[in-house]
Design a protein around this ligand. Structure first.
Ligand code: ADP
Ligand code: MG
Length: 413
């Protein structure tokens, strides 16, 4: 068995400190490293009786992230003969050690109770991996911390692993762990440049970002604590949502075309003046026929309107030929600003599984004037493809509710 690590994680992989932090830019290798590291440990007879609890803000986001990463780690390390897993509920077991991996979220009170009462059929929960830890509240990480207590058999140890991007210098994780010196805290800092497995096109995208969005590059490129200012949308909530269309008043799709940029298509429900982003398609370097195949597999509803980027009528035509109810969105001067105004006034619920939409919304910012340091009235046009799809999806609503929006503005709401 040959395991290829990134050197930057050497000390991180070995430490038995109670708190182990991997902070870094996007694509710096954090998730892959932690997944491989835990699979190795959990498969090792030396650690029989140790179980891993994997935590994210929402339970639905595990399937395509942590769970997929752990399965990939098992396969690349040639251990698939020794691991079994189920997807409903998500769970994994190693046949060598009997060790289990359990997945949980912190979405609501019920989920919180499920974390408090979680236990393994064999052994103890010794290790907890909190992925995208900045999405959790401080009190929720304290709940996890409280779980790791009681005497352990010799050779086992308790540890919480936090993996995250340094999204904001005022984040509680910075105060509580990163800036705090203690033998119990091990800190590992990485950037995409530390990841020798990163592909060429990713490095090029990061270079582009350095020029177009220096603040974003600092956080997501270099992995340094960033600034909080200038975020466009804050009125969103990440949740586990139902995909039953009957529960919503209307369903529409928003589709922003792309090849080098992502092609992003969002499925959105509307109810009581609020939006529910249910599913996403998000793909790089796929041509339109490949995109259509993905939409087919997702079983996107061909009767619902799909609002598309009007700049590419050929692609709209292809979608229509394939049976989709694709229509162009009229673009006018000032429409981006007006769409953003509309989005700001309506609560946005995002399904935990829409990982790319969540990433984009968390970093969608206004441009900054370099001389005055003030934010401009124009978004940074970088990694905003799901946001474009979202803007298109609301167009019909926005145009029909202009009056209502106007009234609210007049009232100063
Ligand atoms: N040890 C590794 N072996 C092989 N590929 C790796 C390894 N570490 C990272 N990669 C590659 O780099 C990409 C980004 O790594 P990832 O762990 O997802 O970054 P992060 O979690 O820091 O955003 C992965 O999708 C994978 O292709
Ligand atoms: Mg990651």
């Amino acid at each position: 068995m040959r395991v290829e690590y990134n050197l930057a994680f050497k000390g991180f992989n070995a430490t038995q400190a109670r708190y182990r932090l991997a902070m870094g830019g996007a694509g710096s290798g954090k998730s892959v490293d932690v997944a491989m590291n835990y699979i190795l440990k959990l498969s090792d007879p030396k650690y029989t009786g140790a179980n891993l609890l994997v935590v994210r803000q929402t339970e639905t986001s595990h399937k395509d992230s942590t769970f997929a990463e752990l399965v990939k780690a098992i396969n690349t390390m040639g251990l698939s003969a020794y691991w079994t897993y189920t997807t409903t509920p998500l769970a994994m077991t190693c046949s060598i050690t009997g060790n289990n991996i359990i997945f949980r979220g912190f979405n609501d009170e019920r989920a919180r109770e499920r974390v408090k009462s979680v236990s393994s059929s064999s052994g103890k929960i010794c290790w907890i991996w909190v992925e995208e830890a900045t999405e959790l509240r401080e009190a929720d990480v304290d709940i996890l911390d409280d779980r790791l207590r009681g005497k352990l058999p010799d050779g086992l140890y308790y540890q919480i692993t936090l993996t995250f991007n340094p999204v904001s210098a005022s984040h509680w994780i910075k105060r509580k762990y990163w800036d705090y010196d203690s033998a119990d805290i091990y800190k590992c800092h990485t950037a995409y440049l530390d990841n020798r497995f990163i592909d060429e096109s990713y490095s090029r995208r990061m270079e582009m970002r350095r020029e177009q969005d220096p603040e974003g590059y600092k956080v997501y490129g270099l992995g340094e604590w960033g600034e909080t200012g200038g975020l466009i949308l804050a009125n969103y909530q990440i949740e586990d949502l139902t995909l039953e269309f009957e529960r919503y008043e209307k369903i529409v799709y928003g589709h922003d075309f792309g090849f080098n940029h992502a092609d992003a298509c969002l499925e959105i429900g509307f109810k009581d003046d609020e939006m529910y982003i249910l599913r996403e398609l998000y793909a790089h370097e796929k041509d339109m026929s490949e995109i259509i195949l993905i939409l087919d597999t997702m079983q996107v509803d061909k009767h619902k309107t799909m609002w598309c980027d009007s700049a590419e009528p050929d692609r709209i035509q292809m979608l229509r030929k394939a049976g989709y109810n694709a229509k162009p969105v009229k673009k006018e001067a000032g429409s981006v600003k007006a769409q953003i105004d509309y989005l700001k006034q309506h609560k946005i619920h995002i399904n935990g599984g829409c990982l790319n939409t969540i990433k984009e919304i968390q970093q969608w910012k206004w441009k900054k004037d370099n001389t005055s340091g003030l934010y401009l009235d124009e978004p940074i046009d970088f990694q905003d493809d799901a946001m474009a799809a979202l803007r298109y999806a609301i167009e019909e609503y926005r145009r029909n509710t202009k009056l209502k929006t106007f009234d609210r503005n007049m009232l100063g709401l």
